[in-house]
Design a protein around this ligand. Structure first.
Ligand code: CMC
Length: 372
């Protein structure tokens, strides 16, 4: 038995949800470029869960269900107030809140299709409310209750800020949510599938996935990109900063990908939005710094930007706190996790690979009083 490091190139499941072939990302056959330009996030959620785009009445029904399920149990809100608020990362709070939601669901362990679909609606609806409520509570502000008359993206910003966002912010956030919704067998989705393949419940699957997304090599990269941009500060500092990173052989966050050979197709959409929004806010330096970093990293090392690179300056321009960037990724990606969880249940087999053993050879047991 020989291990494949990082499971590179291993095909671990079949799936009809999304695919990456020759650097083209599709959701159920639809090119991500078309969806980013034309679809609402709610339509994409339906597409991922049903394998087809909704007609108007199907979309209306899903939108209504999401709006009706967005309110959190008071116990979850109260729980936030018990955290050591200054040191808790919002991804930790999100992971804990999703786990806690499972305790409030008497049917958490009921495994029929209808019950699991109901949980999918509930989690998709509640993730933005959790992120927004935690963000406000830690600042000493009252949570803002969800509204049923706003789109998913508009309602999220409304719950974060207490203000109705303008059309440009809604469009930008909707596009970001569409682009992050699913991505074949990425680390967090694989985690979710491994978890539920034991026939564990939906809440456990999503809780595990949030834990995997949090890491800086996965969803946590977008926050790290903003940290890097803040450290650099000005365009004139980029060259020295990145050269030092090259010399130290440090990884540069927001670059590289296991699957794409010639670049991440999502990055160009985020780059365009970053340019527009940083110009609008009168802070083009975030975009200009990013472009210069890309010129160096891609130009000199041949490593293209990924989805997390330009999303950082884009979210910053929307006034979003930097440690909420990865939770926003989760607000979108939970749609993909849920699609994969439901798909896993439909054709389940426990996921149990092997390890290539590299430990000591045969040992003889020595009683403790005779050990050195
Ligand atoms: N900066 C500098 N060098 C890099 C980078 C980078 N961002 N990414 C890859 N490399 C180099 C790496 O050092 C290695 O070089 P060598 O062969 O000389 O040792 C080579 O490229 C292969 O890298 P790897 O880490 O073995 O590749 P991987 O497929 O295991 O990892 C990755 C993929 C995305 C984790 C990695 O590219 C990385 O760490 N990127 C930075 C973190 C990041 O932006 N993550 C977000 C990924 S996309 C969205 C998501 O999944 O959330």
């Amino acid at each position: 038995m020989t291990a494949t490091r990082g499971l590179e190139g291993v095909v671990a499941t079949t799936s009809s949800i999304s695919s990456i072939i020759d650097d083209v990302l599709t959701y159920a056959g639809y090119n991500i470029d078309d969806l980013a330009d034309h679809a609402s996030f709610e339509e994409v959620v339906y597409l991922l869960w049903h394998g087809k785009l909704p007609n108007q009445s199907e979309l209306d029904e899903l939108t209504k269900q999401l709006a009706e399920n967005a309110t959190l149990p008071q116990g979850v809100l109260d729980h936030f107030t018990t955290y050591p608020i200054d040191s808790v990362h919002p991804m930790g709070a999100l992971r804990t809140a999703v786990s806690l939601l499972g305790l409030y669901d008497e049917e958490a362990d009921v495994m029929d299709d209808a019950s699991n679909y109901r949980k999918a609606i509930s989690l998709q609806a509640k993730l933005p409310t959790i992120v927004a409520a935690f963000s406000r509570i830690r600042k000493g502000l009252e949570p803002v209750a969800p509204r049923t008359d706003l789109s998913f993206s508009a309602n999220f910003v409304y719950m974060l800020t207490g203000q109705e966002p303008d059309a440009i912010a809604i469009e930008a956030l909707n596009k970001a949510l569409v682009l992050h919704a699913d991505h074949e067998l990425n680390a967090s989705t694989f985690t979710a599938r491994v978890c539920v393949a034991t026939l564990s419940d939906v809440y456990s699957g999503v809780t595990s996935a949030i834990g995997a997304l949090k890491g800086p090599l996965h969803g946590g990269a977008n926050e790290q990109v903003m940290k890097m941009l803040s450290e650099i500060g000005e365009v004139s500092n980029v060259e020295a900063y990145i050269t030092e990173k090259f010399n130290n052989k440090d990884k540069i966050m927001g670059f590289g990908h296991r699957v794409y050979q010639n670049g991440d197709p999502r990055a160009k959409h985020l780059k365009k939005m970053s340019k527009e929004l940083t110009t609008l806010t009168g802070e083009p330096k975030w975009y200009e710094m990013s472009v210069k970093i890309e010129e160096m990293v891609t130009g000199q090392k041949g490593i293209p930007a990924n989805v997390d690179f330009y999303s950082a300056s884009m979210y910053h321009s929307l006034g979003i706190d930097h440690d909420l960037f990865t939770p926003i990724f989760a607000v979108s990606r939970v749609s993909g996790w849920l699609a994969h969880i439901l798909e896993q249940y439909q054709n389940n087999r426990i996921i149990r690979p092997r390890a290539e053993y590299t430990g000591p050879g045969k040992q003889t047991f020595v009683p403790i009083d005779q050990r050195a």
